[in-house]
Write a new protein. Sequence first.
Length: 269
Amino acid sequence: MTASGRGSLRTRAARLLAERTVKPLAAALPVNTATLPVARLAIDAAMRVVGPSLAGTSVERVDDGPVRGELVTGPKADRTDAVILYVHGGGFVAGSVAAYRGVASRLSTTSRARVFVVDYRLAPEHPSPCAQLDVARAYRWLLRRGFAPDRIVLAGDSAGGFLAADLALANARLRRRGPAGLVLFSPMADLGLRIARTGVRSRDGVISYTLSAKALAHFTSEHLELRPERGMTLPPTLIQTGGAEYFAADAIELAERLRQVGGVCELQV
């Protein structure tokens, strides 16, 4: 058997084990102010172990009024004419800029541009629309620093993917100049979870309807969805998702919605 074949078997075995152990345990635990501090620390620690920063990465902390985050510069990232605004995932209740330094350093190295990871406020302490406001403020902050809209790429994963796409749609709806592009990793598209529940059966090893619903209840009671409209000037979009992920159906549906209104979207499953 080839090394890639052995790796694929290990991946499937790990996913199956997680699906039978971690997933039901995560679904059974409450999501509240008592459990979230521990969960946030555990998620951050896991992210740093799985995806540490690349050697030679530099990090600049930003605290400019309501705008907080980190400017991450990966090895050999020598471009100053463009920037990526990254919105981290975590179900709107977890995740942090520190946990995503590894992701940011890799994006920075690949694009050779700096990545600004916005430190948006989390629920339940700060429910919707706090996160949306913080992401919009980070975008305007980059504009004030001299980056034209067509030199900014919006990116995010999971809940952060929702927030990044939501900002792009809001700009288009208000006929403001949009970003150069939109890059979404396993984005949530329907916070009512209808798409995820009716899509192809998920083989996700951790995320479930029960866990997602508990987290989202702290963020909003509204059925928020990403719904691009015909006539919008939308940025070219790349969406990537794993076929076994809980929100794979959301990613696929969002790509179809963007195409239906005339948007350019590449979907990779």
